[in-house]
Design a protein around this ligand. Structure first.
Ligand SMILES: O=C(O)CCC(=O)C(=O)O
Length: 263
């Protein structure tokens, strides 16, 4: 993993080719189509199909968010106790215009002049291509090295953009500070993709999985998935004076629990 780690540090992104098998890609598309049929689909960006909290919705999403090469890259960027912020999907429909360039999840934060990996980045994306990404169907545009530059995304010259062109099953991992944006889809087909957005355990995730995942799924989950769902870094609430509670999960070892002390 030396090369992907170096690329993440220097360019802000790396590509894991063939991370998903063709069976996993097929299953993920089928499950996504099912999720898009539900009425709770986000209207955040008209023209692209959006859905959230995918690890609650199908086993295939719980499987692919735990793939070892992806986990290794996320741990490199976010520390070995990183968590899942949310797994969602953005699939631009035919005719969808390009997105503006942007950074995910917040403003630019510069690397401080000490061991940057202790604190930065705060979040990272794994963009999983379920369709082939082409210049015509909205391949993601990205600006290499922009995770380290304090520049306005809106002013980046087009010559600095690169396209993430790939076969289905490839995954683009990037530091959330890297400037990027979806391309225009000028074809007649949906471009399918899933986004496993992760963050440091000290950052609030977009989705509170401790309260969004059914108890039966938590009981069956691997220790890694329970950690990704945030069961080990929960905020406690005071139910009655001096009696703090967290959401129970079998086997999870909360890092901080008022009643039992700090691990
Ligand atoms: O769909 C893509 O290619 C990029 C999506 C993206 O940047 C976003 O949803 O913020």
């Amino acid at each position: 993993m030396e090369t992907p780690f170096r690329e993440l540090d220097e360019q802000g992104y790396t590509v894991l080719e063939d991370l998903l098998t063709s069976q996993q890609v097929e299953k993920a598309i089928e499950a996504l189509r099912g999720s898009y049929q539900e009425s709770q689909v986000s209207a955040h960006e008209p023209g692209s199909l959006r859905t959230h909290n995918l690890t609650a919705r199908a086993g295939i999403f719980r499987e692919i968010i735990q793939l070892p090469r992806l986990v290794a890259c996320m741990a490199h960027l976010l520390g070995s106790d990183y968590i899942l912020s949310d797994m969602g999907a953005r699939s631009p429909s035919p005719g969808m215009a390009a997105q503006g360039l942007h950074r995910d999840g917040g403003p630019f934060v510069p690397n401080p002049p000490y061991n940057a990996h202790m604190v930065l980045p705060l979040a990272a994306q794994s963009l999983m291509a379920l369709s082939a990404f082409t210049a015509e169907n909205g391949a993601t545009r990205l600006v290499p090295g922009s995770h380290l530059r304090d520049i306005d995304s809106a002013t980046v010259p087009v010559e600095e953009e690169r396209l993430f062109l790939c076969d289905p099953g490839a995954v683009l991992i990037y530091d959330n500070r890297m400037i990027h944006g979806g391309g225009a889809n000028t074809t007649g087909e949906i471009r399918y993709a899933v986004q496993g957005f992760c963050c440091r355990s000290t950052t609030s995730p977009f989705c509170d999985h401790t309260r969004s995942i059914a108890k039966e799924l938590v009981e069956k989950a691997t220790p890694l998935l329970r950690r990704l769902w945030g069961f080990e870094c929960q905020s406690a609430w005071e139910e009655s004076p001096r009696e703090f509670k967290i959401v129970e999960a079998p086997g999870a070892q909360p890092r901080f629990d008022y009643n039992r002390g700090i691990r």
